[in-house]
Design a binder for this molecule. Structure first.
Ligand SMILES: [Fe+2]
Length: 266
């Protein structure tokens, strides 16, 4: 299974910048590249902060930009999003029965879980009892299937100073519950931190973040106020197959320089 992963697209109404960068231009260039190079993908996932201020005009723009994508799309909410405006713009997007943007998808290589950690008015995330109840159902239904988990806020202590007080406020409950799934967790995929990161939790769960498609941080673990910077649009290619789970970074607009020689076999 081939999944394209975008995160933190922070769309504004057309023509308006966010942190000095045009998020529409970034996302349009990413989607153009994805459609040209990965039309064989099975799924596109955007792990939240879809829009910078959660306004209807920006969600309408998101619909327009995603329209050419020839495979299914799953969207998650981040702290910058607004659930009512999202649902108004994407009324057919799967929900969990309580109005949270949560769903699962079964594949040949396990169950994919898409979780909603958005809490109105908060920069950090919440995963409270109603959402955990849904997760219990989804994990029970997974049975012998391993799960791969997508959400916006890191459910781990990532040790990044800037995010110390704005991560997932659940005292580790979500990760503990995932760790108890007998068939295992292949990988946890999140956004929010706007920088690429991979790790393994103390429970042994592997995780990674995508880099923001628009304004991203110059990676600094210790600065409470790190610098935003610009760059080409980026996305990730996630492969889940007989080789296991693999994540590849991709950058839009890279210039071919010199071709590598074809290497002979062993
Ligand atoms: Fe963000």
């Amino acid at each position: 299974m081939k999944i394209i992963h975008l995160t933190d697209t922070h769309l504004m109404p057309s023509g308006i910048l966010a942190n000095g960068i045009d998020p529409e231009q970034k996302l349009r260039s990413a989607i153009t590249d994805i459609c040209a190079r990965h039309s064989d993908a099975d799924l596109l996932v955007i792990t939240g902060d879809l829009c910078n201020h959660g306004d209807a005009e920006a969600y309408a723009l998101l619909r327009d930009i995603l329209a050419p994508v020839p495979f299914p799309v799953r969207l998650m909410l981040g702290n910058h999003d607004r659930r009512p405006e999202f649902i108004a713009a994407f009324p057919d997007h799967p929900q969990d029965g309580n109005g949270y943007i949560q769903s699962f998808m079964d594949t040949d290589h396990g169950r994919l879980l898409f979780l909603d950690t958005h809490a109105e008015g908060m920069s950090g995330g919440v995963y409270d009892a109603p959402r955990l109840d849904w997760l219990e159902m989804a994990l029970a239904g997974a049975g012998a299937l391993p799960v791969t988990v997508f959400l916006h806020h890191p459910p781990v202590n990532d040790g990044i100073r800037h995010f110390r007080n704005i991560s997932l406020h659940d005292d580790g409950a979500l990760l503990s519950r995932l760790a108890a799934h007998p068939a295992g967790v292949r990988h946890v995929i999140f956004g929010h931190i706007h920088m690429p990161m991979v790790g393994t939790s103390p429970e042994g769960i592997p995780y990674s973040s995508g880099q923001s498609c628009t304004h991203r941080f110059i990676t600094d673990i210790d600065l409470p106020d790190p610098w935003w910077t610009d760059g080409n649009a980026v996305y990730r290619i996630l492969m889940i197959d007989d080789l296991g789970f693999r994540a590849f970074g991709a950058e839009v607009g890279e210039r071919p320089m010199t071709r590598a020689r074809i290497c002979a076999g062993p």
